[in-house]
Design a protein around this ligand. Structure first.
Ligand SMILES: CC(C)(COP(=O)(O)OP(=O)(O)OC[C@H]1O[C@@H](n2cnc3c(N)ncnc32)[C@H](O)[C@@H]1OP(=O)(O)O)[C@@H](O)C(=O)NCCC(=O)NCCS
Length: 154
C-alpha cells in the first residue's frame, strides 16, 4: 500500500480534512456542531495533516506542538468505510516520524473511550498529562502518552 502523510495546504486539502473529521468524529457520533473555523487550526504550532492512500484522502490528524519536546495528537480519523484495515496503524507511524522531525519525543492524546484499545496496540500507555483538558467534548476521554524517541540522523 502506498500511504503518504501530507500537510494540509490547498483549499481542497482543507475540504478533505474537514470532511473526514466531521463525518468520522461528529456525524457518526450524533454530533452536529463541527466548527471548520476553529482558530486552533491556523496556529503556527499546530499541524493539520492528511493521510492519503494512492493519492486519495483516507485519514486526518492534527499534531500540536506543546513544548518540552511533547506534542498532542488530536482528532485522529480514518474514513468510515476504511477503518480496521491497517490505515490507522500507518497514520500512527507516519505521524510519529513527522513528530520526530519537529524534535518531539513524547506524544500525548485525549483518547475516546472506544479508541483506547487502538492506542494500546500502538504502544501508548494510560497516563494523565493535563486534567484541565478533560472537559467539553473531551470530558469522557482517557489521557495516554507514548515515548517515541529522538530522530536518528543517518
Ligand atoms: C481508531 C482509528 C483511528 C483506528 O484506525 P483503524 O484504521 O481502524 O485501525 P487499524 O486497522 O490500523 O488497527 C490497528 C490495530 O488496532 C486495532 N484496533 C483498531 N481500532 C480499535 C479499537 N477501536 N479498539 C481496539 N482495537 C482497535 C486493530 O484491530 C489492529 O490490531 P491488530 O494489529 O492486532 O490487527 C479509527 O478506527 C477511527 O478513526 N475511529 C473513529 C474515530 C476515533 O475514535 N478516533 C480516535 C479519536 S481519539
Amino acid at each position: 500500500m502506498s500511504h503518504e502523510l501530507a500537510e494540509v495546504q490547498s483549499p481542497d486539502d482543507w475540504k478533505d480534512y474537514h470532511f473526514l473529521r466531521r463525518t468520522v468524529l461528529w456525524e457518526a457520533k450524533g454530533r452536529h456542531n463541527y466548527n471548520e473555523n476553529h482558530p486552533d487550526e491556523r496556529l503556527d504550532a499546530n499541524h493539520p495533516l492528511l493521510l492519503r492512500l494512492h493519492g486519495r484522502p483516507i485519514g486526518a490528524v492534527r499534531l500540536d506542538e506543546a513544548g518540552s519536546c511533547s506534542g498532542v495528537v488530536r482528532l485522529v480519523s480514518i474514513a468510515l468505510a476504511a477503518q480496521r484495515s491497517g490505515h490507522g496503524s500507518m497514520l500512527s507511524s507516519l505521524t510519529e516520524a513527522y513528530a520526530r522531525r519537529l524534535g518531539i519525543t513524547t506524544l500525548l492524546v485525549n483518547s475516546a473511550p472506544d479508541a483506547v484499545g487502538f492506542y494500546e496496540k500502538m504502544g501508548w500507555k494510560k497516563d494523565i498529562w493535563d486534567e484541565s483538558e478533560l472537559r467539553g467534548l473531551a470530558s469522557d476521554c482517557i489521557q495516554m502518552t507514548k515515548e517515541i524517541g529522538a530522530e536518528t540522523i543517518k
